[in-house]
Write a protein that binds this ligand. Sequence first.
Ligand code: FES
Ligand code: FES
Length: 385
Amino acid sequence: MAMLELTINGKVVRAEVEPRLQLSDFLRDGQNLTATHVGCEQGVCGACTVLIDGKPARSCISYAVQNQGREITTLEGLNGDPLMQDLQQAFTGQHALQCGYCTPGMLISAHDLISRKGALDEAAIRHEMSGNLCRCTGYMGIVAAIREVGLKHSNGQQMAPNISGNTGFGLGREVPAFDLAAEAEVHTAAAVSLASGPPEPGWARLEQAFSVGQDMEAVWQYFSDPANIAGCFPGARLTAFDGQDIAGSMDVKFGPITASFSGSGRFDLDAARRRGVLQGSGADKRGGSRVKANVSFLLVPGDDGLRTDVKVTVDYLLSGPLAQFGRAGLVREFASRLSRQFADNLNRAMTGGDAGADMDGAGGISIISTTLSIIWAGIRSLFSR
Ligand code: FES
Ligand code: FES
């Protein structure tokens, strides 16, 4: 057992908890704050969304003990808040709920969205709210309610959708929907932007970095065969490569979600600078999701000359059903896990072991996997010639 002290809805709470107790269970079972719903328990549906230090987060994938000293706000804590009252009324008026299971998470996320961005158009609201799933309503009423309240709280002024100006991960401001910092920090190399300018309007940018325990020449040589890279990438298959054009597929699995993407692309390598660029696109025929991506990578020698830092920048545009998973925190968390898995497999393979690329144990692939499917499927091409 561990001692935990944190603030919940303005009140200091002290409790002894099991180290593996989820924050959502602590709130519901330990504090009787049952507005926090638990749906998927995998960080996908958003039903468990609360505010941690003022930012939306998935309480089902945050251990209670990780929140030592933090301020938690549940839906109960926003009772009487003018913006929340307007949202609740609008949800009722616009028939934005049926079973109501998703509603607390929707309200928390919508409250955060309007607080940050005021009024947005329908497309922007759908995108910003993509981390909250509803199995009943079809979203029409939810979007209408958020739009109505956003306009009211912006004096009728609709802000331009913050899509083209996005930086970092996903659209708009980076919102940490996950609290997996300790895992994310496994990557030792700092991410850098390899792109020459901001992403195209409507596209999002993702930057990742990881280290390989081999010198740069060895890594470059290994990357020069796309089959090697595909072997390290969970779920990826290389189906064609003629030295420039490449085709491949990738199975995506993230909790209950599965998809199979096929794509093709073209890449260019700059051997002198140890960098490359891939432009590719792909689709999941069964699910109807599509992705376009531009991937840039750069190899940098480590300080001791015995390691190599791999820095990757991905600009992507995701459409179709899986676009709902484009929310910043999901993307970041997925990319962190994928990078670590890829780097582990690569290190193992380069030292004579079995790449054994398998994301299942690390939680599978999400949203971005789509993106990254091409993207990283593209990575194999990038590194080859
Ligand atoms: Fe937490 Fe679904 S229950 S995201
Ligand atoms: Fe039932 Fe959204 S109202 S899940």
